[in-house]
Ligand binder design. Sequence first.
Ligand code: GLC
Length: 361
Amino acid sequence: MIRKLLALLTLVVFLSSCSPKNPPTTESPSPVLKSTQVPTPTPAPLEPTLTAEVAGVLGRAVNFGNMLEAPAEGDWGLFVKEEYFDLVKEAGFQTIRFPVRFSAYTGSAPDYKLSPAILTRVDWAVENATRRGLNIIIDVHHFDEMVGLTKNPELKVQLLSIWQQLAEHYQDQPASVYFEICNEPNNIPAPAWNEVLRDALSVIRTTNPDRWVVVGGVDWNSFYTLESLELPASDDHLIATFHYYSPFEFTHQGAEWAAGSNDWLGTKWSGTEEEKAAILRDFSVARAWSEKTGIPVFLGEFGAYSKGDMPSRVAWTQFIARTAESMNFSWAYWELAAGFGIYDPVNSSWRTDLLHALIPE
Ligand code: GLC
């Protein structure tokens, strides 16, 4: 989609405007990082170092994409199936990120009442995850109208109402149920987004004072917008997220929703020093922010679309997962069983190379 191209362009402009020579200092306890400097790339050890303490125990996760993120479940060819919970548990994942297009299930203003049907469906998913000892992140996904926030402040009212209802509904769930306020905000100035996050957190904290909540920055949750987050300093149950699909021409080659992406078909990723350094440089920005603020980081989406060649996809996926772990980021692969999928739902089989790139044998 055009938004991804814009994100890429923004990223290129941003990176080209940064000096890689001046690493940010790490003394400030403030959660607000003012510096726009990019630290010198630090070579990361590639042994998995992820520990249970990391990021509120999110660990290794997979997104249940294309299911309830579609306008209606099934519209994009996938239904949530009970067997998926068993499969991901057996494969060794600890967490499911569960994207839901809640904004498609609200009634009219001023209540924006969520339909009982969607709550019943999400309850079922939460129950299935919890019963198997899996964490689950309830993620407000594809609130696409949010791009109009500047012109239509009522959208914030709708999001707050969704969270007031979800927070109340899930307040008695165990700590293994996480909330994620809103996927990939874009075309919103950071100050306006910070206000949304602050108000949503205050709604959530009324009923869920200690639940872990995932928050991300503008520009589709890019790593370089973590620094513009202004989060309540008193809230010590926050996890910051960023999404990573770079190089975009590689990960989104042939993706039907990414304009011009057929021109990128055949793009490979072979793990050259230069290719790895670019990823390390980006991830180091997120790590520096995390060290400075003390807020754990969750790489909530990364993946390479099925139109790329499998050896490149495996190499990229493995490098991203190990690098994230070496920086103590928990992570969630995008996604289980659709176009980026590690699981083939038609033949009921894992794409084992991809799976083992994520979870080494
Ligand atoms: C975002 C979108 C999702 C898309 C993915 C990869 O999460 O919401 O629909 O598949 O990015 O482009």
